[in-house]
Write a protein that binds this ligand. Structure first.
Ligand code: PLP
Length: 434
């Protein structure tokens, strides 16, 4: 099936008992056992079925199958937020004393997790100087457990060379984990280019309406955990925390997500509620249509801003002179994302005035909503970073990030235009007073 069709049908067959066409919301905590033997076989992970909603739920299971299909993976596990997905995906693979190698252009909270929280728990994260595969390769050693990147960085807008990163990761016997939030599987399927694990915030384009938090971890099923001796022994040796289960023996290619569920979702508990799963499924039904409009509107907004003399610069991978243009052709099929950043003439003060003067475009920290959104990353999403860390992550003090929505483009442009007028008029009068 094509993505538009998968987004509506994958993972659900009309309920045989009720004939419900929409995916039912199974608002239940637990599931009845036929007998002690039945319960034991479920807890042994021998039989298929549901035990307790912290571990699996039928509504969420549809969402998991649907996103796995869209991303081209064999299995997926949903969690309560994109951040929980990033956290569990890395914890599932990194033991005490190991390290992860990451590109520097990351969402601010992921940077905080990597720079402060994981190290405090015994996993170091090595940030490369750039997102180039050679910069990553030089940091990998025998204690490395994964390479991490965002397919399209938030807010830098850099596009990672997934194939190149997968190549260096695999040359060193480690998997590539890709956060695909900004691109969404409609624009890019990292697994098609060699990624092993995909994480995603479903809160953004997938849900699409700014109502529901959610995250997902998708397993490509392609990484051979048993091929590297004891390096990934958590998957290949008996798990003392789960009565000696060996994940690769019991689950084969799906060992990674199976362990993540049995260990991290079960004990960490960042579970997605069935109602949230239902709402996210509603959003996903229209994700392909919405992304088409997002992309088209973003191109028009980027062109409008770039041709305006009040604007200093626009970072948008759809411009042929963008350093990321060739990667946008290869990985996004020429359809640059609807996240763009802009610098206003007059620097930081003008940028803040532009930001504060927008009327239709909403000031908040989110992206991928149907509504157009604006934020100032240096003072919000990336505030916890030092100025140097911000610069490496592609965050400049005067940078304004726009997530272009699906309203009529004329209304979006009119709002950008009036906010530019306010920003520049105030700038001129300040200069006059001086
Ligand atoms: N990954 C990226 C690239 C993001 O932009 C975000 C949030 O903005 C997240 C992960 C975290 O997602 P959530 O807000 O659903 O926890």
């Amino acid at each position: 099936m094509k993505p538009e069709t998968m987004a509506i049908h994958s993972g659900y067959e009309i309920d045989p008992t009720t004939k419900a066409v929409a995916v039912p919301i199974y608002q239940t905590v637990a599931y009845a056992f036929d007998s002690a033997d039945h319960a034991a076989s479920l807890f042994n992970l021998d039989a298929e079925g549901f035990r307790y909603t912290r571990i699996q739920n039928p509504t969420t299971a549809v969402l998991e199958r649907r996103v796995a299909a869209l991303e081209g993976g064999i299995e997926a596990m949903c969690v309560s937020s994109g951040q929980a997905a990033v956290n569990y995906a890395v914890q599932n693979i990194a033991e005490l004393g190991s390290n992860i190698v990451s590109v520097p252009q990351l969402y601010g909270t992921t940077h905080t997790l990597f720079a402060h929280i994981l190290p405090s728990q015994g996993t170091q994260v090595r940030f490369a100087q750039s997102d180039r595969p050679d910069a990553i390769a030089s940091l990998i050693d025998e204690r490395t457990r994964a390479v991490f990147c965002e397919s399209v960085g938030n807010p830098a807008g850099n596009i990672c060379d997934i194939e190149g990163l997968a190549r260096v990761a695999h040359q060193h016997g480690v998997p590539l984990i890709v956060d695909n939030t900004v691109a969404s599987p409609i624009l890019l399927r990292p697994i098609d280019f060699g990624a092993d694990i995909v994480v995603e915030s479903l809160t953004k384009f997938m849900g699409g309406h700014g109502t529901t938090l959610g995250g997902v971890i998708v397993d490509s099923g392609n990484f051979d955990w048993a091929a590297y001796g004891m390096r990934f022994s958590a998957f290949t040796e008996p798990d003392a925390s789960y009565h000696g289960l060996v994940y690769t023996e019991q689950f084969g290619r799906a060992a990674y997500v199976a362990r993540c569920r049995s260990v991290y979702l079960r004990t960490g508990g960042a579970v997605l509620s069935p109602l949230s799963s239902f709402l996210l499924l509603q959003g996903i039904e229209t994700v392909a249509l919405r992304v088409d409009r997002h992309v088209e509107n973003a191109r028009k907004a980027a062109e409008f801003l770039r041709s305006d003399p009040r604007v200093e610069w626009v970072k948008y991978a759809g411009f042929p002179d963008s350093p990321y243009f060739p990667l946008a052709q290869k990985y996004l099929n020429g359809r640059a994302c609807s996240l763009l950043s802009v610098g206003i003439k007059g620097g930081y003060k003008a940028a803040v005035r532009f930001h504060d003067s927008l009327k239709l475009v909403t000031r908040l920290v989110n992206l991928g909503d149907a509504k157009s959104l604006v934020c100032h990353p240096a003072s919000t999403t990336h505030r916890q970073m030092s100025v140097d860390e911000q610069r490496k992550a592609g965050v400049l003090p005067e940078m304004i990030r726009l997530s272009i929505g699906i309203e009529h483009i004329d209304d979006i442009l009119e709002d950008l235009d009036q906010a530019l007028a306010v920003a520049v008029l105030a700038e001129a009068s300040t200069a006059g007073n001086a």
